[in-house]
Design a protein around this ligand. Structure first.
Ligand code: SF4
Ligand code: SF4
Length: 497
């Protein structure tokens, strides 16, 4: 009995409940007698995974069950003596605040990120599969508005300067959908746009989602991220902030965003976030007029402390306007990039086995994630304007429950999409160059050809360039010879850009 009293004195507050740290996001899953939990500690950037009894116990604690109820459950399981150790582990992982540690709550963020903390987590991938197989929805990408204070030349949004704000979702509609997401098991919520900070109720939305346990990432151009904004943001223990940098040359970056001074603002925002200990992600879409400075941009972005994705994909505008494709990188440059180490196209790291299977979907769109548009439309992913419903007329819960993974398993539009596998695609996988392709994208095909089962011209072009580079390298040419043959500077990739 004295152990229970000690536990009570150390961990249970006057309301007879434990005190969860404000810097954690978590989701508890239960399907029949199967229990799983994911906890993301946004202070030290660690994930914790629980299963079985420990998951059930954590869900009881996090749902606010009082000590006597918890003891009764543990008695049934015959493990009362393990409660103390479990609580000590949660305390040492900074998940709960013991009474003696209560002052910790006011401590500032831990020091910034390290590369290791940005690494992919296999446990998370495994849980993502489990979540889907057990009928839950793993993540939602939400484009809160299509309004933007930049005007990127290659942007997939048709007109960021003329947006019908009145048609956008109201705060109440957004809160209702967040309630649905929590019920559906959504753990990762990405807030994006347009520029999401242009919504006046942005922090109210963040606050509401954070109270519902969501692990929130938000994509921004960083223009509004001054000290005051970042200070406010840090109160919500956001998981990650993503910002795009297009070039290491400020002039070139500003030319793309069409906003003078935007490079400095975005870079400064990234530096401030890093110093505050907030995890960052930098996405750098490479265009035909920036790619000559590929490695300079990579070096700059890596120096800013976040994880970096150098991205070669371009998408038509959501209304089918193909103008963003005019920024495609020339074929010869793609060959050189494929013959160069450390680019997304490098053939020296090409795996023998193709990353796709004919009997599986080609990506997670509509399986691991759904996207919600500013006016409530629901789509398989953010670049894919193939509507599977609208939350103004049908709840997000019904849309998911009527899908292949939901309870009702109706033959809804979403369920029909979820049945699509690589074997259904018209040409993908049927050419020799396909084994060099790692970008089968139904969204781009839908926008470019009006049919998501078609091939995407730019992705085929990249695959063909990789095959050509592989052939030249195997014929004994090196990168320098290939540059010479194609009349491209041998410094291509390390030039200004
Ligand atoms: S996009 Fe092109 S290269 Fe890629 S699998 Fe389809 S047809 Fe092949
Ligand atoms: S591959 Fe295309 S459709 Fe699939 S998630 Fe990525 S952008 Fe969306």
């Amino acid at each position: 009995m004295s152990l229970i009293n000690n536990i009570k004195d150390e961990f249970f507050y006057e309301n007879n409940r434990i005190n969860l740290a404000s810097w954690i996001s978590f989701r508890n899953y239960q399907n029949k007698e199967k229990y799983r939990t994911i906890i993301s500690n946004e202070k030290n950037h660690n994930y914790i995974f629980l299963e079985g009894v420990s998951s059930k116990l954590f869900s009881m604690l996090s749902e606010g069950l009082i000590l006597s109820d918890i003891i009764n459950f543990l008695k049934e399981e015959n493990i009362v003596d393990q409660l103390n150790d479990f609580l000590i582990k949660l305390k040492s992982s900074d998940i709960i605040i013991s009474k003696s540690d209560i002052e910790k709550e006011t401590k500032p963020f831990y020091p910034p990120m390290t590369k290791e903390k940005n690494a992919e987590n296999n446990n998370e991938e495994e849980l993502k599969e489990w979540v889907k197989e057990n009928g839950f929805l793993w993540s939602v990408h939400w484009n809160l508005t299509y309004k933007c204070n930049e005007n990127c030349k290659h942007c997939y949004i048709p007109d960021v300067k003329n947006v019908d704000e009145k048609a956008e979702l109201s705060k109440q509609e957004i809160f209702k959908a967040i309630d649905d997401m929590a019920d559906l098991g959504v753990f990762h919520l990405t807030l994006s746009g347009g520029e999401p900070t242009l919504r006046k109720d942005f922090f109210k939305i963040v606050n509401y989602a954070s109270k519902k346990g969501m692990c929130i990432t938000f994509y921004t151009n960083g223009l509004k991220l001054n000290n005051e904004f970042i200070e406010q943001l840090s109160k919500y223990w956001i998981h990650k902030v993503g910002i795009s940098i297009y070039s290491s040359d400020p002039k070139l970056h500003d030319e793309i965003t069409q906003v003078k001074g935007s490079f400095d603002k975005s870079v400064n925002a990234l530096k401030k976030l890093y110093n505050k200990g907030i995890k960052t992600e930098i996405n750098s879409v490479q265009l035909n007029n920036t790619v000559q400075g590929y490695f300079k941009t990579k070096k700059l972005t890596e120096s800013l402390g976040g994880s970096v994705t150098m991205d070669f994909s371009l998408s038509p505008k959501l209304n089918g306007d193909l103008s963003p494709l005019s920024f495609e990188i020339d074929f010869d440059k793609l060959i050189v990039l494929s013959a160069t180490s450390n680019t997304p196209l490098s053939v020296d790291t090409k795996k023998d086995e193709w990353g796709y299977r004919y009997d599986e979907p080609v990506c997670g769109a509509g399986h691991d994630l759904l996207c919600i548009g500013p006016q409530g439309g629901v789509y398989p992913c953010a670049s894919f304007p193939f509507s599977v419903g609208n939350i103004k007329t049908t709840s997000l819960k019904s849309i998911w429950q009527d899908s292949l993974y939901g309870k009702n398993k109706n033959d809804s539009v979403l369920a029909q999409w979820q049945r699509v596998k690589l074997e259904n695609f018209i040409e993908c996988g049927k050419y020799d160059y396909c084994s060099y392709c790692d970008q089968i994208c139904p969204a781009e095909a839908f926008l470019e050809k009006g049919n998501y089962l078609e091939k995407v011209s730019y992705n085929c072009k990249q695959a063909k360039a990789r095959m050509e580079a592989d052939k030249l390298l195997k014929n004994g040419l090196n990168r320098k010879n290939i540059c010479y043959k194609l009349n491209i500077s041998k410094n291509f990739g390390w030039q200004n850009g």
